[in-house]
Ligand binder design. Structure first.
Ligand code: SAM
Length: 271
């Protein structure tokens, strides 16, 4: 089957009595240009690696999986839908370089279940489900286990991840992601590139791990996560009135850069 042919994808669903599940975020990518763009962006940071080991979350019918395999990647694909997980390897001709794991990606990121193989992942490339995409991305970012993460997400999620200080869309997800990753929006992808067509557009977002905060200890990170969470829960308030006796500042959470937050934490901890 040509996985970027809308008519072939729809025909497969009808023949197999498969109804894309909205709560699982099953909006399949059916646009060849967008497919090439996301895979190019995902593999660019690992350009020098001979057979990059790639994590794919939510392979669905396998459109990204097939493209990644054709570029010489070793792919571990985690799919929550048991019907899609069961058929994937066979539908792609049982390639040796592909391991399909049935289950919820969050269980693997949180080490509740183990993934096959012991070589670390070089990158993650995925078209994430709308509903759980932000949570999956944040858990991956907090684990700091993968150096390059490229994902198709709702545009508003991408905008929040990339937002710098002073931006109205600045929020907790961006502050946490930017602590260890440089974040960029690679391109927008229109809703018409998916079937079923979602209500809103998507963006390809890429996160590449940096080491600028390698000196930040686990204890400092813990305080960083706690105070930023509390500050963004009261985003309209000045920090001085949220953290009475601890912080004297008239600034609001969205006005601080990651460097400011880091200095604030170091100041509070005397480190
Ligand atoms: N990669 C395919 C594509 O681009 O056409 C499908 C992408 S679709 C947006 C999201 C996929 O993630 C679906 O196949 C869905 O079943 C799967 N999924 C949803 N929640 C998941 C989870 N928590 N863990 C793993 N896969 C999940």
């Amino acid at each position: 089957m040509n996985l970027t042919s809308p008519s072939q994808v729809k025909a497969w669903c009808i023949e197999n009595d498969f109804h894309p599940n909205k709560t699982m975020g099953q909006n399949f990518l059916i646009d060849r240009n967008a497919l090439v763009a996301i895979v190019d962006a995902g593999l660019e940071p690992v350009g020098g690696v001979a057979s990059p080991r790639v994590l794919e979350i939510g392979p669905g019918l396998g459109v990204l999986t097939e493209e990644l395999l054709s570029r010489g990647c070793d792919v571990v694909a985690i799919e929550k839908d048991p019907i899609l997980a069961e058929r994937l390897a066979g539908s792609l001709g049982n390639p040796e370089r592909l391991s399909v794991v049935a289950g919820d990606a969050l269980d693997f990121i949180n080490h509740k279940s183990a993934l096959p193989g012991d070589r670390p992942f070089d990158c993650m490339v995925s078209n994430l489900p709308y509903q759980s995409g932000t949570r999956i991305l944040l858990e991956l970012v907090l684990s700091r286990s993968i150096a390059a993460i490229t994902a198709l997400v709702q545009s508003e999620v991408a905008d929040r991840l990339v937002a710098g200080e002073g931006s109205k869309t600045r929020g907790l997800a961006g502050v946490w992601a930017q602590l260890d990753y440089d974040v960029e929006i690679v391109r927008k992808v229109s809703a018409s590139c998916f079937w079923p067509r979602p209500e809103i557009g998507s963006s390809v977002v890429r996160l590449v791990r940096h080491e600028r905060n390698a000196d930040f200890s686990e204890e400092e990170r813990d305080v960083f996560h706690k105070i930023t969470k509390k500050a963004f829960e009261h985003r309209r308030k000045q920090l001085g009135s949220i953290f009475r006796d601890m912080i004297q500042s008239t600034a609001r959470a969205e006005e601080l850069s990651n460097e400011d937050w880091k200095n604030l934490v170091k100041g509070l901890m005397g480190t």
